[in-house]
Design a protein around this ligand. Structure first.
Ligand code: ADA
Length: 560
């Protein structure tokens, strides 16, 4: 499955899922499923290195082929019939390549994949999550005509109580001659058309406005979605189409709160890694749906995609279920030394661009995050935070930005984001009274640049080994994890200055043995309220009890 809705009827599209030939660097051959992680194979359980995936495809007539990879972990080099097509770094963002004038018949796709840690890789490093190897998300083969819609952006705006929709399309001309095309859009009963002129071999932009008076708004309790149909015509004949699924909603901020369509919202949810038992990070829709249902059962209305952009199909689920999303770029706990890796700035910039370009239309995404627990205490670090916030705001002015800090009392960047977020492990890493420590933190935030801003507790929690029970409620037991989460939630739910809390974390996840084995039993981060097979721990029911009716300590507002 590519997305949870059809994106094309004119453009020919097929998913290249199924078994691919995989040749490891030492020549050993395997047949592996795509999407998938190589680690699911018994001989590749801990493989870290290079290998090539091969797939043979056929086309019936001469055409332009677009290959889209939704995620390859973590570096990919793509070849078509032996000719280089595209290189991409980062497991968690999609990329594509176009091969023009492909002759009818059979052809070979080769994807060289590398998940090794090296100086080239500034973001995939030994960490408190695992960097798997493989083609971890769907691969799509499309057959294009003379021109195609490369990117489609929908921005909902409410004007005088009526929903308007701004539709922007970036169109590529694949021919050696100029083209004059018609661009059409239809949504929620409204239609519009315009023209786009393209120079030979160049791209152009089309923009239309739609007045959608009858449209119902999207909000967490009523996540109304609509299909935006767009098309390209040449001389009245359809040459391409592009369908997006959108929602009418606006994000705002007021009095310490995030607003959705003018109503205050309190985010209560989980940090969720894409990781499952023996499947690694290549989660099938079944697991995504199970995670959604379990988070909903716990009473969550929000999820943080720690610490990287997520699979579009999960974001589609969030759109359908009204699950609010804090999506963030790929970075976790990088020191200034690591942030000064020569590739760091570019790899972060690419990740942010690809994340926002591809995920902009998801109504469920309400916050963009960056640089979880990176260096925000130095001048050099601040420059990088500032640059990335500016990049995000330049790409999307419709959503607030934030970053989860753990640099308590030392962070010099709290004036930069729209929302201040902090990670706090009272009762686990720090045996301190939750309320006193929380008041200290909130006082410091107000003095250090966060005054008047919405505040989110972006991480709190404790570890428990599934099945470890102890009447003494020792640390690592399920009982103690439940106690610590209860103590924290009972404080946070009474604080009207908070606009959200995210428990660390939803499910246990694998971590790299290098650098982490000593503090991560089983080489897992065991702070899930369910284990890596989604078996609930005692804490799950505590969360369910306390999330119920939790709206951030305000009796007056009717948060959604
Ligand atoms: C940090 C970090 C998380 C995880 C957590 C923990 O807050 O952001 O990724 O490592 O600590 O489990 O200690």
């Amino acid at each position: 499955m590519i997305r949870l809705f059809e994106q094309h009827y004119v453009r020919r599209q097929r998913e290249l899922d199924g078994m691919w030939r995989y040749v490891r660097e030492d020549g050993r051959e395997y047949s592996l499923p795509v999407p998938g992680c190589v680690e699911q194979h018994p001989e590749l359980l801990t493989y870290r290195g290079k290998g090539s995936f091969y797939k043979r495809v056929s086309v019936r007539e001469k055409t332009n082929i677009r290959l889209e990879f939704k995620g390859v972990s973590h570096t990919a080099e793509v070849y078509f019939d032996g000719a280089f097509v595209v290189h991409h770094y980062n497991a968690f963002t999609g990329f594509d390549g176009v091969i023009a004038d492909v002759e009818p018949g059979e052809h070979e796709i080769r994807v060289c994949v590398d998940n090794s840690f090296n100086e080239e890789s500034a973001l995939h490093i030994p960490n408190d999550y695992y960097t798997y190897g493989g083609i971890i998300r769907p691969v799509v083969l499309e057959e294009l005509g003379n021109a195609y819609i490369r990117e489609l952006r929908f921005t909902p705006v409410r004007q005088d109580g009526v929903w308007q929709g701004v539709v922007e399309a970036w169109v590529e001309n694949l021919t050696g001659k100029a083209l004059d095309l018609e661009f059409t859009a239809s949504l929620a009963g409204a239609r519009a058309a315009g023209r786009v002129s393209l120079e030979a071999g160049r791209a152009g932009k089309a923009e239309l406005s739609l007045s959608c008076g009858e449209a119902e708004e999207w909000n967490p309790d009523s996540p109304r979605l609509y299909l935006l149909h767009t098309g390209l015509l040449s001389g009245g004949v359809a040459v391409d189409d592009y369908i997006e699924r959108v929602g009418f909603r606006e994000i705002g901020r007021k009095d310490h709160r995030i607003l959705i369509n003018g109503k205050p919202v309190f985010l209560k949810g989980f940090n969720r890694h894409e990781d499952y038992g023996t499947l690694g990070c290549a989660l099938p829709l079944q697991v995504m749906a199970q995670d959604m249902d379990l988070m909903r059962e716990a009473g969550a209305n929000a999820v943080r995609t720690c610490h990287y952009p997520n699979d579009e199909r999960f974001l589609d689920l969030c759109d359908e279920r009204g699950m609010l999303v804090w999506e963030e770029n790929h970075a976790r706990g990088l020191s200034l030394e690591r942030m000064c890796n020569p590739n760091f700035d570019r790899q972060c910039r690419d990740c942010i661009r690809e994340m926002i370009t591809r995920h902009y239309n998801h109504p469920a995404i309400v916050v963009w995050g960056i640089l979880n627990e990176c260096d925000s205490t130095s001048r050099e670090g601040r420059e990088k935070y500032q640059s990335q916030y500016e990049q995000i705001r330049g790409l999307d002015a419709s959503r607030p930005v934030t970053s989860a800090t753990c640099k308590h009392f030392k962070d010099i960047c709290l004036d930069l984001p729209d929302i201040v977020s902090f990670n706090m492990y009272s009762g686990w890493y720090e045996d301190v009274p939750v309320k006193e420590r929380h008041e200290q933190e909130m006082d410091w935030i107000a003095r250090a640049g966060g005054a008047g801003k919405p505040v989110i507790v972006s991480e709190f929690g404790a570890a428990a080994i599934y099945g470890c029970r102890d009447r003494g409620r020792c640390k690592w037991s399920e009982e103690r994890q439940a106690d610590i989460i209860r103590e924290n939630l009972e404080v946070y739910r009474e604080d009207p200055r908070l606009t959200g809390v995210f428990i660390w974390q939803f499910a246990d996840c694998k971590v790299t043995e290098e650098e982490w084995f000593f503090s991560r039993a089983r080489c897992h981060n065991n702070k899930g309220v369910v284990d890596e097979y989604r078996r609930p721990k005692e804490a799950f029911d505590v969360v369910k009890e306390l999330f119920a009716g939790m709206n951030g300590g305000r009796r007056d507002d009717k948060t959604v």
